[in-house]
Structure formats: C-alpha cells, structure tokens
Design a protein. Structure first.
Length: 204
C-alpha cells in the first residue's frame, strides 16, 4: 500500500510513510470490508461516514507538517484511523466525533491498540475544543462549506489547518490555512477532493 499508492504518488515525508506502514488499517474498517482495507479508495464505516483512502490520509498528514511536540486537533474521528496516524507524528491528538456510536467505538479501539496520546470527545466539531486550545495543527476529515471561525481562533500563531472545504458532494477543495506569528491568516487550495459533509453547526 505505502509503496504503490503513497510513495509512488510523491508523498515523501519519511515520518508519514513510517506511520502509514505502522498503523494496521484493517483494524479500523468494518469486518465486512477487511478484504478491501488496503485498497486505494474510501470505505464506509457506517452512519454515513467513511474512512478516507490511504493516499489522502498520507497526503493530508504530510501537508499538516506535524512534529513530535505538536498538539493536534482532529475534527471527525470516524473509525480512529487518521487519529492513529497523527498520534505517531504528534505529541498529543485531540479528536472530536459528532456520531456517538462511532466516537465511542474509535476511542475504545485506539485505547486497545495502545495509542495513548489520543483523546476522543463526542461533540460538535464546529465549536472545536476550546478548553484545550490553542492547537499547533488542526485537521478536518469531513467537509464544511466554509471553515468554522472557532477553529481558526483555536489555531496557534504559527499554526496550520488542513481541511476539505465546499458544498455537499460537489466541487470541494483541500485547503491549507496558515496563521503567522502575528495572527494573520492565509489560505490556499491544493487539490480537488470529495469528502462526506461535516455534520453539526457553528452554534450549539
């Protein structure tokens, strides 16, 4: 998977490649999809949610540019696979899942597999995790139509956010948002993508 689907497509960060080799993807998909776990496409994990294709997981992880001291916020825990990859790159990972069943299953799975620097919360990702802010890095694994203002606020100066952005199932772009030391924010689109929509809303 890593050699043919990821490294061959110009993901070159060795830490990301090692993390992708290390996380057992087949343990993060439903039993009926285990035979497809390492295929280069997203898979349903129930509740209208998916586990992203391996290439996109690696590509977004590389774009996020995580180092061992970083505190990372992930919006959209899903099965916990992306959180597991991030846990091998960062100091700590805080992951929010709005679908309670998925969030509880992911938290249990991550704990059982020994990813001890990941904390999962059931909640509305549009609001972020203010008690733990600021975050050095933020990743969204579902697409809002616009990036929630709370997440920009919770991004540290010098921080980076990576997110798919756009209308439901249409014309989405993978966007990189950088906040400089003075708090100025700049964003750029890097890749057309298609993600499930981000569930929730900006205000409780």
């Amino acid at each position: 998977m890593v050699r043919e689907q990821i490294a061959a497509r110009d993901v070159a960060d060795e830490r990301v490649l090692v993390a992708m080799r290390s996380v057992p993807r087949h343990l993060f998909v439903p039993d009926e999809a285990v035979g497809e776990a390492y295929s280069d496409y997203p898979l349903s994990i129930g509740s209208g949610q998916t586990i992203s294709q391996p290439y996109i997981v690696a590509y977004m992880s590389e774009l996020l540019d995580v180092v061992e001291t970083h505190k990372v916020l992930e919006i959209g825990t899903g099965s916990g696979y992306q959180a597991a990859v991030l846990s091998l790159l960062a100091g700590s990972v805080y992951s929010i899942e709005i679908v309670e069943e998925l969030g509880r299953a992911a938290a249990s799975r991550l704990q059982q597999l020994g990813y001890e620097n990941v904390e999962v919360r059931i909640g509305n990702g549009y609001l972020g995790w203010p008690e733990e802010a600021p975050f050095d890095r933020i990743m969204l694994t579902a697409a809002p139509e616009v990036i929630p203002p709370a997440l920009i606020e919770q991004l540290s100066p010098g921080g980076r956010l990576v997110a798919p952005v756009g209308p439901v199932y249409s014309a989405q772009e993978l966007v990189v948002v950088d906040k400089d030391a003075s708090g100025k924010v700049e964003s750029r689109a890097v890749l057309p993508v298609r993600f499930v929509p981000m569930v929730g809303r900006s205000q409780p």
